[in-house]
Ligand binder design. Sequence first.
Ligand code: GLV
Ligand code: GLV
Length: 323
Amino acid sequence: MIAKILVTHEIPDKGILMLQEKYDIEYRKTVGVISKTELIGMLKDKNIVLSLLSDTFDEEVFRNCPDLKMVSNYAVGFNNIDLKAATRYGVYVTNTPKTLDETTVDFTFALMLAVARRVVESDKFLRSGKFTGWGAMEFLGGEVNRSTLGIIGLGNIGKSLGRRAHYGFNMKVLYMDKFVREDTLDFPAQSVNMETLLKESDFISLHVPLTDETKHLIGEKELNMMKSTAYLINTSRGPVVHEAALYKVLKENKIAGAGLDVYEFEPAFHKGLEELDNIVMCPHIASASLNTRQNMSIKAAQNIIDFVEGRIPEGLVNREVLK
Ligand code: GLV
Ligand code: GLV
């Protein structure tokens, strides 16, 4: 196969150099989100695309791009791709697992610590010239160490979070994941149901992929079961949380706070969230360390090279395509 490769956006250079050494690639440094029509246009004579999670691949795209044989997604999540349609059209889909787990966990701690210890709010206070001297009652927040962490979704990222929460912060770890048994874990954690997790956790962190089942997993009912002193952290995908319901409980101080890196209608977010002090909001940057973003680019490129050279790419997510 002659590899006709499109890279939709700018990514760190290591993977690009790997590809350029072997193939002629079309490297489009598109700024912003690409519309479906534009994407179809760009893909016309291409058989491989290195895409970002903001590029949407649905049935219509596959139907209109008959030469397309592979989507190498520069992300661990792949909810931007209709996997069943990809398989039907014989398109390989790959992701970049294991490159970003630890970095995402760092960031999950960053959000937990930032919201509980009011880092962003107090930074704003200081910058605006309001700090007039140390006060015993200023910016009292929640305690992270020794508190209870409830992890929803114990895949690679969830496990790493649990391990570090236990060994690094002496936290008690609860989790909900029907596929993971306690005795398979290398750190102490208790498998519980949703109700127990919601009622007993001081921090709840989401690490599920976005699917039909996990959409709005955390809605009004779930939020109202949380402790009034608890925090919700989301570094997974925005639609896992019903954002309007979250806004309501935060505004009414029914929970202590939230740390979000992802949004239901990304890049938009529920109007009013930006006015609340009990939320820390970041623009989907959990994997954004220089080192990790380079490793993701190497992995995304290696998946392409393996595919072109006839090996099964390590990051293949729709194994059914092999049949
Ligand atoms: C980031 O959100 C990813 O899925 O890699
Ligand atoms: C705080 O700065 C303290 O010294 O207690």
